[in-house]
Ligand binder design. Sequence first.
Ligand SMILES: *Cc1c(COP(=O)(O)O)cnc(C)c1O
Length: 225
Amino acid sequence: MSESENILRRLAAVRAAIFQAEGDFGRVAGDVRLVCVSKNFDADAILPTLQAGQRVFGENRVQEAQRKWPALRQAYRDVELHLIGPLQSNKAAEAVALFDVIETLDRPKVAAAVAAETRKQGRSPKLMVQINTGAEPQKAGILPEDADGFIGHCRHDLGLSLSGLMCIPPAEQLASPHFALLAKIARRNGLAELSMGMSGDFPLAIQLGATYVRIGSAIFGSREG
Ligand SMILES: *Cc1c(COP(=O)(O)O)cnc(C)c1O
């Protein structure tokens, strides 16, 4: 089988598993959107998924996305591109210009830079706040106890309209308490979107309310090497 056939087979399996989880857990069919995480893969790998109708993609680096996506978007204008990696405030202009959804607001300085750029460019990507649900020192995101304050700051001081929250649970822990915590913070702040669940745990995330699942290796294969 060619590599693009492998990718298409795995994409179909992931779509089927999302549909299955929506059914199993009483979610409305189509409620959960697949963010196909294409970081570290080039156009050869991405094109078959576009041809198969996939339109929502996630990238974790602004520069890598700038290299890959303008050309692909010439051919597929309805692509929805998500930034799922940390944003530096000095890259806010590029990020606001390129991405349709920025999932990783995680500091007042970054939020302020994004707010300034949305005004300047007249372009408003959907915005989500990354929560460091495991309070891991090396991981980006707002600590759970600071979430309500940061969300309030974004809304009231910076005038940002937020659509949801995202998290990356600690690798060695059971993900369910982290997903449940994210859902709870979103609920009490009136935020509708939850970006949670990756290749290894997305059915669980769907059970706990995910509206976006971010899936890379289950579609494209291993990123190592
Ligand atoms: C790489 C990445 C993913 C995808 O992870 P897989 O385990 O390959 O599905 C999801 N979310 C973020 C933030 C990532 O950086």
